[in-house]
Write a protein that binds this ligand. Structure first.
Ligand code: ADP
Ligand code: SR1
Ligand code: MG
Ligand code: MG
Ligand code: MG
Length: 419
């Protein structure tokens, strides 16, 4: 049952819809007849339209009452559009231009009108093509540190944090999707699952019989369910980042909710490591990828080290939240030193969480319902299966023994040795 007044826009109704949206006709220039509309959605959930007029452009994203990837056979609530625009409004003051500007939200059509990012492309596509992004690591680290720190108990008064948590609890349906497709289904026989078959048939069966691996997945699922540390993006993979040579923008926060910070950090790192292993499936004589693989690992290292430094700097400079009350530490040199050690230990724990979540994010992309073009676009199934097997070898280590990695360089070393 869809609410009264709701209808899917389709390319043909987008211009008429935009004609009545405040300020958008002026932004586009001309009139509806002059606006070109193109549906470009390549994600698993929604419909996305890019609209160009004589003066400017906008992007319209609409939720339909089902999962795009499967179709009407998998109904899905429309509220995800509300949570996407709400999350964007909550983090925008802290991350500035890193998120697209929201121009309008229509709560009847569950449609967001936002800035069209151009000439940006999806990071994952750029990385499959072997393109380097020198500013990516610093800009993603900055986005993650600001969005996570400023929505945590380190920065928010307890009352405000609880008000926000109460609102985002409403996003239970998308949380439930993550709980199923990331932490549960890849480890069991389930009709949604797929993998490179027959090459990985035995591997998938081994994972289903691997009690330690399943326990690690369940442990992470509990952490995801029961650790409202900060407002997460909730789907922060390389398909949720749009880039140019020097600009990095984060889109698609419809899975936003209060959860463990390592879930966002691990999503980014895990997807970078998938890309590292996938490069062997894209290398040709004209486009060798060994140096690019070095860049991918260096980028993953810089994402973590940049995130850690930035998060610590925010904490040292402005812990306005109710956790760690300044009154308990100010003016006492011993207490100040102890607090700094506490901050370092906090980041060490977050590093371990991030690695374990990265492992879960890698595993689901190989054995679960939703796959990545990094691996899917490797045409030779034997070569793809080889890359995927290497990904799974890393993923298992990350999930079962994240504490054995003493630092991010250890993960790079593991990637190189697995390959
Ligand atoms: P989904 O929720 O279905 O995954 P996304 O928000 O990821 O949808 O958007 C799908 C695609 O639409 C993106 O991969 C990108 O190509 C395009 N897109 C989304 N938002 C914008 C934007 N603001 N500007 C330009 N293109 C966009
Ligand atoms: C049915 S699973 C769809 C997946 O696509 C989204 O982008 C999320 O990653 C989700 O898990
Ligand atoms: Mg998406
Ligand atoms: Mg999405
Ligand atoms: Mg992922």
């Amino acid at each position: 049952e869809v609410p009264p007044g709701y209808e899917p826009l389709g390319e043909e109704k987008v211009a008429a819809f935009l004609a009545a949206v405040p300020a958008v006709p002026e932004r586009l220039g001309g009139g509806p007849a002059d606006w070109s509309v193109r549906e470009v959605g390549d994600g698993n959930l929604n419909y996305v339209y890019l609209v160009d007029g004589p003066h400017g452009s906008v992007c319209v994203k609409q939720a339909l009452p089902y999962l795009r990837l499967v179709g009407e056979g998998w109904p899905l609530g429309l509220q995800r559009a509300h949570f996407e625009q709400l999350a964007t409004h909550v983090v925008a003051p802290h991350v500035g231009r890193a998120v697209p500007q929201i121009l309008h939200y229509d709560p009847t059509l569950f449609a967001i009108v936002m800035e069209k990012l151009s000439p940006h492309i999806i990071l994952r596509r750029g990385m499959v093509a072997g393109i380097r992004y020198p500013r990516l690591a610093a800009q993603i680290a900055d986005y993650m540190a600001n969005s996570l720190f400023h929505t945590s108990d380190l920065a928010l008064p307890a009352r405000r944090k609880k008000e926000l948590m109460a609102e985002f609890c409403g996003n239970w349906e998308l949380c439930g999707l993550t709980e199923e497709v990331i932490f549960t289904q890849p480890y069991m026989v389930h009709p949604h699952n797929r993998w490179t078959s027959p090459q990985l048939d035995a591997t998938a069966a081994r994972v289903r019989g691997d009690t330690e691996w399943k326990l690690a997945a369940a442990r992470l699922k509990l952490k995801f369910l029961a650790s409202p540390e900060a407002l997460l993006h909730g789907d922060l993979h390389t398909g949720s980042v749009m880039v140019t040579a020097d600009d990095t923008r984060v889109i698609d926060p419809e899975f936003a909710f209060f959860g463990p910070m390592g879930f966002d950090v691990g999503a980014m790192l895990g997807n970078l490591w998938i890309n590292f292993f996938a490069q062997d499936g894209h290398a040709t004589a004209e486009s060798p990828r060994a140096e690019y693989q070095d860049w991918v690992l260096e980028t993953a290292e810089a994402v973590w080290t940049g995130f850690r430094e930035r998060f610590l700097a925010l904490w040292r400079g402005g812990a306005t939240g109710d956790a760690y009350p300044a009154a308990l530490f100010d003016g006492d040199p011993d207490a100040i030193r102890a607090l700094e050690a506490e901050r370092q230990a906090y980041m060490d724990r977050l590093f371990i969480d991030s690695l374990a979540f990265a492992g879960a994010k890698i595993t689901r992309r190989i054995l679960g319902i939703a796959h990545n073009i990094d691996l899917e676009w490797i045409a030779d199934p034997d070569l793809r299966a080889l890359c995927e097997t290497r990904c799974l070898t890393l993923a298992r280590r990350l999930m079962l023994e994240p504490g054995r990695f003493r630092g991010i360089a250890d993960v790079s070393a593991a990637c190189r040795s697995i390959r």
